[in-house]
Design a protein around this ligand. Structure first.
Ligand code: PLP
Length: 465
């Protein structure tokens, strides 16, 4: 084997081969990049030869050169292809945490393109011809929709919580019910973020029950804030009690220096409760009850880009805007572009058509049944069997954990391929298609699949058989 390894031509010789120039031209590579690929291919080959696992031609044959360049070409794909890719979500879970949560509507996407590809008035006051503030852009719409006096936007809701605690409660106490010390998505804990921010956590009550009296007892000169955290991703059932927003607002306003802040998690601007879907508090009602500040995510139930929206009393928002951290946590112009359009759809009352998250949540199951039939009718050439069954869709994204939406599922099976094989092959395809797998069946929930994506799935199935 050592002998064979010695027969591998040196890199400088391989660089003279016509195949090297073909490789460079094919992928528009610089000589350095092409050489890197070649070196990787040779290293792999050397290792395989030494391990006696090499199955290609012997190094002293012409075919060997062909093989090395074929391998360099294959390495090109994995080395220089993009890592962040579109995925088709056929799971029916609308705000899939691993699949990018909310997707944007077309008008938002178009506006992002326009703002990203041009200069913009991001920090310029066109009317006055002078420097402006990026905070002005989405603020009007947020105030309009929530009834708040003022608003600002940061990178995500975790950043919003951090900014509020750091700027307004550093070295002071923040009272939180033990039933609300939540962990979101495995990496965001209220207790840890509080510690990072320098605010002092004052826990009251127990996991299942917290009374108004518990808060009252904890109040002191050191208290900066009473904070309520929405139990986004879990429900406590049985013997439970918590204190309402109304009561906590009243209590905090007994002393002028105490703020009432609610971390709402999901920003609900659309009243899902009216349609019988969950009972998430609508942001406007929390502001109306007198909360000094609220914060929520842009890409959960709001259905916009990743962002942390803070709304409330002007006096506090002004302080937040001036804080050093506001610069650290500031959002990008593309996000602002998407957010403004998302909010405008709410103002115009057109979210059911134009916001993909709201559209997917409020879709009628009959509509999904019809789409499922359509899918099967268009898959006649495909050598799979299909069956439509009733099922449930999740909302996901750590929101509305106890809500399940009625749906229809297309169960896909094949007389040779197992369910696991179909599931894996679809996932590894281009584009990647993520399906459910349950009790030996591959299940497609078309609630989260657009008509173009539906054709992609049919195409992928055709290529699988
Ligand atoms: C989701 C959530 C967060 C974190 O929001 P991100 O936008 O994911 O940063 C914070 N608090 C609560 C209650 C949440 O549900």
């Amino acid at each position: 084997m050592k002998q064979l390894v010695r027969n591998i031509p040196p890199i400088h010789e391989l660089q003279q081969a016509t195949q090297f120039h073909t490789l460079l031209n094919k992928h528009q590579l610089t000589k350095e990049r092409g050489t890197d690929l070649l070196k990787k291919a040779v290293t792999n080959c050397r290792k395989s030869l030494l391990n006696e696992q090499w199955q290609g031609p012997h190094p002293f044959t012409d075919d060997f050169i062909e093989e090395i360049f074929a391998q360099a070409d294959a390495l090109m794909k994995e080395t220089y292809s993009l890592s962040l890719l579109k995925v088709i979500n056929a799971t029916g879970t609308i705000l899939h945490t691993n699949l990018g949560r909310a997707r944007l509507g077309q008008v938002s996407i178009d506006h992002v393109k326009e703002i990203a590809g041009h200069y913009s008035n991001l920090e310029y006051d066109i009317e006055g011809g002078r420097r402006g503030s990026r905070h002005t852009h989405a603020e009007r719409f947020i105030c309009d929709l929530t009834g708040a006096e003022a608003a600002m936007v940061v990178n995500n809701n975790a950043a919003a919580v951090y900014l509020i605690l750091s700027a307004l409660a550093k070295h002071k106490e923040v009272i939180v019910s033990r039933g609300e010390l939540v962990e979101i998505g495995g990496s965001f804990r209220i207790s840890s973020i509080m510690e990072e921010s320098g605010a002092l956590l004052s826990e009251v009550g127990t996991t299942n029950k917290t009374h108004l009296g518990d808060y009252e007892e904890a109040l002191s000169e050191e208290t900066a804030m009473i904070m309520k955290v929405h139990q986004s991703n879990f429900v406590i059932k049985g013997f439970t009690e918590s204190v309402s927003t109304d009561e906590l607002v009243q209590l905090s306003h007994r002393l002028p220096h105490i703020l009432y802040y609610e971390d709402l998690g999901s920003g609900v601007l659309y009243d899902f409760g009216q349609l019988g879907i969950g009972n998430e508090p609508v942001v406007k009602t929390v502001i109306e009850k007198g909360a000094d500040l609220v914060s929520f995510s842009g890409d959960k139930l709001l259905g916009g880009p990743q962002a942390g929206i803070i709304a409330g009393k002007k006096q506090w928002i002004d302080q937040l805007k001036k804080h050093q951290l506001a610069r650290v946590l500031r959002i990008d112009k593309m996000t602002l572009a998407a957010l403004e359009v998302t909010l405008l759809h709410y103002i115009k009352g057109e979210v059911q058509d134009k916001n993909p998250t709201i559209e997917a949540i409020t879709r009628k199951k009959e509509d999904i049944l019809q789409q499922s039939h359509h899918f099967i009718e268009n898959s006649l050439e495909v050598d799979f069997s299909f069956e439509i069954i009733e099922g449930k869709s999740q909302i996901g994204g750590g929101t509305m954990p106890d809500v399940e939406l009625d749906t229809y599922l297309v169960s896909v099976s094949h007389n040779i391929l197992s369910a696991q094989e179909i599931h894996d092959k679809l996932r590894k395809g281009n584009p990647s298609i993520i399906t459910r797998i349950q009790e030996g069946s591959v299940l497609l929930d078309l609630r989260t699949v657009s008509s173009i994506e539906q054709s992609d799935i049919i195409h992928a199935l055709k290529n699988l058989q």
